[in-house]
Design a protein around this ligand. Structure first.
Ligand code: R5P
Length: 298
């Protein structure tokens, strides 16, 4: 029962001290509601303004691709080193421990595979996304493909539904045989995602011109890693991307297909969060790799 007598009188009003009104650290996100900003601040580090997202949603279009044959063995050891996990609802329920405490960027669109035509997709039920406690909803936008209209409708629809519940949306610029990955295309596709309401955009690194892609996108951009590269080159790409304006990576194959994935994700973190140069990050990778190998010989 509330006490009605003996309470201390309120007196510390801080008269003359203006109430702080902080601006939010991610670009384009200052006017979002509290729940959206809270979810974004779980994904992106307020210290560095960046994120290392681990993408392992490939199975939804590619099946058991290399490195994802047994996600319980390959992905679970990486979870501790990721800021955010990007995966399907299947992988989430099947292998991701609910005790991991990591924010989830849930793959919220699906519909076709590499065996037919990519990008002919529908979106998940928003209640399912809420049930899974998604922190972000990832939807493909196949700009310039014959499924452009379908996927932009998916994007706008999930933005509307996510907005009702304070869940931000990741616009994923699509892959596809007919889609080029130059700065002109990627800046158009990224901007279309942002203008249609995406709170974060995932696209590809390109050279030359990535700084223009990042600058002309009014929300944070994260880069996919793409096909597996030698580790040194993948770290170079991550470095160039963040140096030219990316707010981090949403990387899959270049982590889980690396010779030493746990060492690799830590080296990527070094680049994204700690400002390591590619050669320093590669040295970190080699050091972690060597100490893991020594431990396994003991
Ligand atoms: C592509 O749409 C998939 O969603 C992947 O998550 C994405 O391509 C990132 O993975 P990777 O770094 O292997 O390209």
């Amino acid at each position: 029962m509330a006490d009605t007598t003996g309470n201390l009188d309120a007196g510390d009003y801080g008269i003359g001290i203006p109430q702080k009104s902080e601006s939010f650290f991610l670009k384009g996100s200052n006017h979002l509601d509290w729940g959206m900003q809270d979810r974004l601040a779980r994904i992106f580090s307020p210290r560095s303004g960046r994120s290392v997202m681990l993408a392992f949603d490939h199975g939804y279009i590619m099946g058991p691709t290399s490195g994802l044959e047994r996600m319980d063995l390959s992905i679970v050891p990486l979870i501790a080193h990721a800021d955010c996990l990007m995966c399907t609802r299947g992988a989430l329920r099947q292998v991701v421990p609910p005790t991991s405490g990591k924010p989830i960027s849930l793959r919220a669109s699906a519909g076709s595979t590499v065996l037919t035509e990519l990008n002919d997709e529908v979106i998940l039920d928003i209640e399912e996304c809420i049930r899974l406690n998604a922190s972000m909803l990832a939807v493909m936008a196949a700009i310039g493909s014959r499924f452009e209209a379908v996927t932009i409708r998916n994007l706008t629809s999930i933005v509307d539904q996510g907005a009702r519940y304070g869940i931000p949306v990741l616009g994923v610029t699509a892959v596809g045989k007919e889609l080029t990955r130059d700065a002109r295309y990627l800046s158009l596709a990224s901007r279309v995602c942002a203008e249609n309401g995406a709170h974060v955009v995932k696209t590809y690194y390109c050279t030359p011109g990535f700084e223009k892609v990042a600058a002309s996108c009014p929300v944070p951009i994260v880069i996919a890693g793409g096909k597996k590269l030698p580790e040194r080159e993948a770290l170079q790409m991550a470095y160039e991307a963040v140096d030219q304006g990316a707010a981090g990576v949403d990387m899959g194959r270049n982590v889980f297909q690396a010779a030493h994935p746990v060492a690799m994700i830590q080296a990527v973190r070094g680049v994204v969060h700690d400002g390591l140069k590619p050669e320093q990050a590669f040295e970190l990778y080699q050091g972690l790799r060597d100490s893991t190998e020594k431990m396994s010989c003991v």
